[in-house]
Unconditional design. Structure first.
Length: 53
């Protein structure tokens, strides 16, 4: 699914995934990671969102 306009923040990504039916536990973990993202090391900023394809 493509969104127009695309989400501009990690919080928007988490909210959209939750609304579209993602697992509640997964989104709770993603929300926590999104909250600490500004303090995270650079490598962790690329892998904050847990997605399964």
């Amino acid at each position: 699914m493509e969104l127009d306009p695309e989400p501009t923040s990690p919080f928007e990504v988490v909210a959209i995934q939750a609304i579209l039916g993602s697992d509640v536990s997964r989104e709770a973990c993603n929300l926590h990671r999104a909250r600490v993202l500004p303090r995270a090391p650079v490598f962790a900023r690329e892998w904050w969102n847990v997605l399964y394809r």
